[in-house]
Design a protein around this ligand. Sequence first.
Ligand code: G3H
Ligand code: 13P
Ligand code: ZN
Length: 317
Amino acid sequence: MIVTTKQLFEVAYGRFAIGAYNINNMEQALGLFRGSLEAQAPLIIQISRGARKYAGVTMIEAIIRACDAMFPEAIFAVHLDHGDEQTCYDCIESGFYSSVMIDASHLPFEENVAVTRRVVERAHAKGISVEAELGQLGGVEEDIKVDEKHARLTDPDEAAEFVQRTGCDSLAVAIGTSHGAYKFKGAQRVHIERLTEIQRRLPGFPLVMHGASSVPREEVERINAAGGALDPSARGVDEDDYARAYPLGVCKVNIDTDCRLVWTRVYREHFRNHPENFDFRKPGEVFMSEFAHFIARRSQKLGCAGRLEEVRAALRR
Ligand code: G3H
Ligand code: 13P
Ligand code: ZN
């Protein structure tokens, strides 16, 4: 059942976070639904502009529709990740997405407000939730690369003004994370104190943590042992920081890199161990099973495992 992110956040706020996973293909979609149901967790599927281009809009949407039919007990939102204004309108008009992200965080404050406000008006007219972003994460996303010196933590006062003026339903905040596998050096970590300040200015308002992959060391080591060449200093978010973040209003935790690491590890190890094989369904089956386990374990850390019936009951009220 497809619901809006706003509906999910009303149940989750302050008590747990919901994983938002980027998908690009059938194997990821099946693993994601299997793992979420194994954990009895609600979920958010997010589609980037890159995914829409890679699979084709018709195909990626058909994969999700098929999952909705195959897993009728699942409760999930379909969300556009890092949309520009035009892609937000395309998704709003399509009638399929229940949530869009307008990412105008690279623009000056007033322009970010104006663009976000326009998207909110069009989305709310159709009952679709809107996530916006303020502040700048480091790292690479789509075609935009933000280097460390241009990364900027979200200003709590600006955040309060931004939400009030735009009417957005949730806000992606820059709190020290970045996209990709190389987030932190040395003692760097998530700025929990900044999150506390933002929540103080926006009590009860849903926040979103982007760049939230944990980049498990074991995955990096296994990938490299199977012929990969990832920088072994790759570091992500401490998985225990999710439980520090959700009491502070983080309702949505965005994860893509960790999903890619599971894929890379499974396929590299499979073809290293079975050089004679050319039936891609064999590693595909291993991937779906490993990915489902990853999702189920991550749901525990996010606090959303075991919440499915609670969410269903809240939707009936
Ligand atoms: O933040 C971006 C997500 O990781 C999606 O990545 O644009 O390569 O699909 P992508
Ligand atoms: P990661 O690169 O940490 O997985 O972040 C994903 C993300 O924020 C997608 O919007
Ligand atoms: Zn992101």
